[in-house]
Design a protein around this ligand. Structure first.
Ligand code: ADP
Ligand code: ZN
Ligand code: ZN
Length: 743
């Protein structure tokens, strides 16, 4: 008798499968199984069913059980994860298991929420109602309901009467009804149906252009200013695609905060389809349930954050990536994938379109759509994306806001605020309009400074400064969470005059309260929004006109739509103008365009006031003109000259350990190995990142760069196998970062 051998992927940092004997249960590839692993049990996925093994058959352990009641993962998903594991140089088993909902990584069976669906049999539909006595009123009511609705779920029966389910079972026993088990649909709130606006010319053009090629791989960049009606375009495309038999659409959004709004809008406009969301705000069982609805094809619309790109979707026909430039699409630990890039690969394999939407596209996408290049070197294929522009705001009265820069070097600041901004805030208060003050938190948090020796309170675990939280009388590190009390005197010189300096959100809130005592002020940042509901409550208050001034960090920049908000003040962003990170200006521009987009969304004109010591900077020139395109083109030219992405491909080998000596030794080895290959890849010396120490770990990296993606990939493959075998690889935490966003 030949033995059946199962090759299983496990959540372990080894890039191989593990062989087990079958336990007699009938399994297929993609099936979830429970196996013994060392002294423990592990969940795995069957990747191959084989007849032979390198291990002696009698030594193979059988699997403990197969979760045969669960649908196996399909080949498309397994292949996609395979591609990503190779491309990002991450162990396949870890990549696969971490793409699954938590419940599927646990050793209990993942029961899907099933419920019964009732319908009448032929016999049942001929029933004479009068045979039932008055006592059997529920029976006849259920019968009548089934007669008119053709079928009803248990939940729907529950709305008829508390004993309706029992009555339905009785009908089944009598042979009048049948029941079948189906996956439970989620309970959907009823949404008011919203009238469909007439598309403007630019929108119509975008929709009709994309609809012409729905059945082939094609990336589209929908470049539209904030409020230009991109979401409306998504809705029309979804309508077109979902009209087909068995079709699914995947919509990615950068943050879970943005899902409820979009979800509500999709539900009210596409009420006939099953929509599920997938994000970290769901409970484990909700997430599993939504994921299963997607996997079974029952959910036609899936809206989710980054990880949702790995959802099995048997009928996927279209992907939409909203705010495609957002850096939260990049995973910053474990497998460092970029959801936009993974979407491209997936779409190409499925031969379907992908729509990327943004007012400020990532330079990579802009390059791919416009091919802006004086000296295209032919290696990076430019002009691969279709470009569709929406240049006007959709609501004709809503004009783009006027943007002014106030030179902070020329005026006297009152607690960090220019007289112009204070006057503008006053004017809004008088007119009963709302304002938003935006602080770019990075580099502008209040720190504790000694006036005598200029000592600044540092974090003991990171190379960062502690941030003053006056409310709790604490110093806190925003990188590792370390907290300590505010010292009474300077630990360096003994001076007792320690004071917070810099304009944090808390200080700004206090300053405003003094300057504008009548204003109702709300602060939105990581500290004030620790509860999930807190942001929702504040946003509700803004909509109810119970708040005059919102003070906040980047959390406020995205997506929110406040019709009565007419002023946006930007307090201080100059540190980003001079950042060593080559992507800093791209990010700053996008961020300022986003916040500026919060002003004047409805019929009242908006105004943006930016306080800066560099009003003549190119970035502000472009911003004042709302001219993303020319700024992006200028940045691309710069990148081409200095050979930065997207003109070259980069990867990092990151490493960290408790001692830098270990990191250095490890990276030095990596450096020598990489150099020894003599490929067309530039290998840079080991360096330390801006944040040298983080959470008590000393950090370093080497950068690799090439104009040829395959050459870089070949080198990484070789290098990773060398590094995995190196004796230090157990002592040093290291990772490969392909196409890194941050250095
Ligand atoms: P974006 O997604 O580009 O920020 P939205 O799709 O949210 O823009 O549109 C902004 C506002 O304009 C919304 O209130 C939307 O209902 C409205 N809108 C969009 N398209 C039209 C249109 N063709 N006619 C009238 N109103 C529109
Ligand atoms: Zn001092
Ligand atoms: Zn710290």
């Amino acid at each position: 008798m030949t033995q059946t051998i199962l090759k299983v992927a496990l959540d372990v940092p080894l890039d191989r499968f593990f062989d087990y004997a079958s336990n007699g249960e009938l399994v297929c590839v993609g099936q979830r199984v429970l196996v013994p692993f060392g002294k423990r049990q592990q969940v795995g996925i069957v990747m191959e069913i084989a007849k032979t093994s390198d291990i002696a058959i009698e030594k193979l352990k059988p699997i403990i059980r197969a979760f045969v009641e669960e649908a196996p993962l399909d080949a498309e998903l397994l292949n996609l994860v395979r591609f990503c594991a190779n491309y990002y140089h991450h162990p396949f088993g870890q990549a696969l298991l971490s793409s699954l909902p938590t419940r599927l990584r646990q050793i209990a069976p993942a029961v899907s929420r099933k419920q019964y669906l009732y319908s009448l049999t032929d016999l049942g539909s001929k029933v004479d109602l009068t045979q039932w006595s008055k006592r059997q009123k529920v029976l006849s009511r259920v019968w009548t309901a089934l007669q008119s609705a053709t079928h009803l779920t248990e939940t729907e029966l529950g709305t008829i009467s508390s004993s309706a389910r029992k009555a339905a079972k009785q009908l089944v026993d009598l042979g009048y009804a049948r029941s079948e088990q189906v996956m439970a649909q989620q309970r959907v709130p009823m949404m008011p149906v919203v009238a469909e606006p007439q598309l403007n010319d630019e929108q119509s053009h975008a929709v009709s252009t994309i609809v012409q090629v729905l059945h082939e791989f094609k990336p589209w960049l929908l470049y539209g200013v904030t409020g230009s009606g991109k979401t409306e375009v998504y809705i029309r495309l979804m309508q077109q695609v979902l009209q087909q038999q068995s079709a699914q659409v995947l919509v990615l959004v950068p943050e879970i905060n943005l899902t409820p709004q979009l979800e509500a809008r999709f539900r009210s406009r596409l009420p006939q389809y099953v929509l599920v969301s997938l994000h970290s705000g769901l409970s484990d069982s909700e997430r599993l349930h939504h994921w299963q609805l997607a996997q079974s094809g029952a959910a036609q619309i899936v809206i989710g954050t980054r990880l949702a790109i790995f959802t099995p979707l048997p009928d996927l026909k279209l992907m939409i990536i909203d705010e495609e430039h957002d850096s939260s699409y990049k995973q910053q630990d474990s497998m460092r994938y970029h959801a936009r890039d993974v979407a491209m690969v997936r779409a190409k394999r499925l031969n379907i379109p992908v729509v990327l939407g943004s007012a400020t596209p990532a330079l990579e996408s802009w390059y791919n759509a416009t091919g802006t290049s004086a000296r295209a070197n032919g290696t990076a294929q430019a002009n691969r994306y279709g470009l569709l522009a929406l240049k006007q705001r959709a609501v004709s009265a809503a004009q783009l806001p006027q943007i002014d820069c106030i030179d902070t070097s020329k005026v006297h600041l009152q607690h960090g605020l220019t007289p112009q901004l204070i006057a503008a805030l006053r004017a809004r208060l008088e007119r009963k309009e709302q304002s938003l003050l935006f602080i770019n938190r990075r580099g502008y948090s209040p720190v504790l400074l000694c006036s005598a020796c200029h000592w600044i309170a540092p974090c003991t675990r990171c190379s960062s400064r502690l941030v003053v939280h006056l409310g709790q009388r604490k110093l806190r590190c925003h990188h590792c969470g370390h907290e300590q009390r505010i010292p009474h005197q300077c630990p360096s010189c003994g001076n007792a005059d320690l004071h917070p300096t810099g304009h944090g959100t808390q200080r700004l809130e206090q300053t405003l309260a003094q300057l504008l005592p009548d204003a109702r002020i709300a602060r939105v940042d990581r500290d004030s929004i620790s509860r999930k509901q807190a942001l929702v409550e504040i946003l509700d208050k803004v909509h109810q006109q119970e708040i005059d001034i919102l003070v906040g960090t980047q959390m406020l920049a995205k997506g929110h739509d406040f019709p009565n908000l007419t002023l946006v003040g930007v307090i201080d962003t100059d540190s980003a103008l001079h950042s060593p990170d080559f992507r800093a200006s791209e990010r700053l521009f996008a961020q300022l365009m986003q916040v500026a987009g919060r002003a004047g969304r409805a019929d009242k004109p908006g105004r943006v006031i930016i306080q800066t010591a560099f009003p003549e900077h190119d970035l502000f020139h472009a911003l004042r003109q709302h001219d993303y395109a020319s700024y992006a083109n200028a940045l691309l030219q710069e990148r081409e000259v200095v050979q930065f992405p997207p003109y070259v491909f980069t990867a990092l080998i990151r490493a960290e350990a408790h001692e830098y000596a270990l990191v250095q030794q490890f990276l030095q080895y990596a450096y020598q190995q990489a150099r020894s290959l003599g490929e067309t890849v530039i290998v840079y010396d080991p360096v330390r990142p801006h944040m040298e120490r983080l959470k008590g770990m000393e950090r370093g990296y080497i950068a690799l760069q090439s104009s040829q993606r395959p050459a870089l990939q070949r080198l990484l493959m070789f290098l990773v196998s060398q590094l995995r075998a190196h004796k230090l690889s157990a002592k040093v935490r290291w990772a490969v970062d392909v196409n890194p966003l941050e250095f």
